[in-house]
Write a protein that binds this ligand. Sequence first.
Ligand SMILES: NC(=O)c1ccc[n+]([C@@H]2O[C@H](COP(=O)([O-])OP(=O)(O)OC[C@H]3O[C@@H](n4cnc5c(N)ncnc54)[C@H](OP(=O)(O)O)[C@@H]3O)[C@@H](O)[C@H]2O)c1
Length: 280
Amino acid sequence: MKSNILVIGGTGKTGRRVAHILQNQQQNVHIGSRNSAIPFNWNDATTYAKALKGMDCAYITYHPDLAVPGAKEAIKALTETALQQGLEKVILLSGKGEKEAEACEEIVANSGLNYTIVRASWFNQNFSESMFLDPILAGHIALPMAETKIPFVDADDIAEVVAKALLDDTLNGQIITVTGPRTLTFKEAVETIAKAANRNINFQEISLDAYLEGMKNAGVPDDFIWLLGYLFKEVLGNADNQIVSTDISTVLGRKAIDFNEFAQTTAATGIWNQSITQTF
Ligand SMILES: NC(=O)c1ccc[n+]([C@@H]2O[C@H](COP(=O)([O-])OP(=O)(O)OC[C@H]3O[C@@H](n4cnc5c(N)ncnc54)[C@H](OP(=O)(O)O)[C@@H]3O)[C@@H](O)[C@H]2O)c1
């Protein structure tokens, strides 16, 4: 059966992929964001009702992160509006090991809507579509927490899980933890990319303070610097985040995408061999 599905952040890393899968399944997909056909702005709650009107369900990606001040209030207002507008179900993209994100998960779970929480580890696509792309293109990446093991997850896998949760009620009420099939350090991830892209990329371990200072000097806004500090220290510093989950194989009936496979596929697009872009 066809559903009207709002994909909030539907031009972003996971939303774009979710929209694509659903369109291929002949669903009525509607993309909501500041610059999309359906105007939706997290910072303007007056846009919520209009965007949700006539929808059966929604995929929620909060920007920039559920840990930032104001996220809880926005998620509460959004879910209340979704209930008023008669939506049946929402899927929330959350972050693994983020206390603040768990508070948002609880708001969704207690909203009166059917829901699925998709709790994700750090994405592979941070290296190809987000903050680590520019340093990779520059051939030099300096990061803190170099020895921390991270079960990077692929946005393609997240999107498949989300699409299934939107269309299949058997995943209602569940928290699905999505990680890659193994852990890698930042150093190992960068080495894998360098090999796949056939280029030299120098990896340097630096302290978190030096990293954040470098961001400040590069003109990165203060609130984003705060978020980076939180994500490195609180999220990656949390030992629970190193645990590999098998939920992707349980839900999709196949193995989660390995970082090496991601690196090979992405290198073939040429993205790591182009000139520098601006990802902030
Ligand atoms: N990256 C990771 O490693 C990671 C790990 C775990 C969880 N997460 C979570 O993933 C979520 C982000 O999902 P994503 O990476 O798929 O998206 P993304 O690529 O970060 O988001 C970009 C999307 O959000 C829209 N957007 C930006 N600002 C907006 C605003 N003020 N109001 C409405 N829409 C806005 C953009 O469109 P417009 O520019 O048109 O508005 C675009 O569609 C965050 O909540 C983050 O906590 C990320």
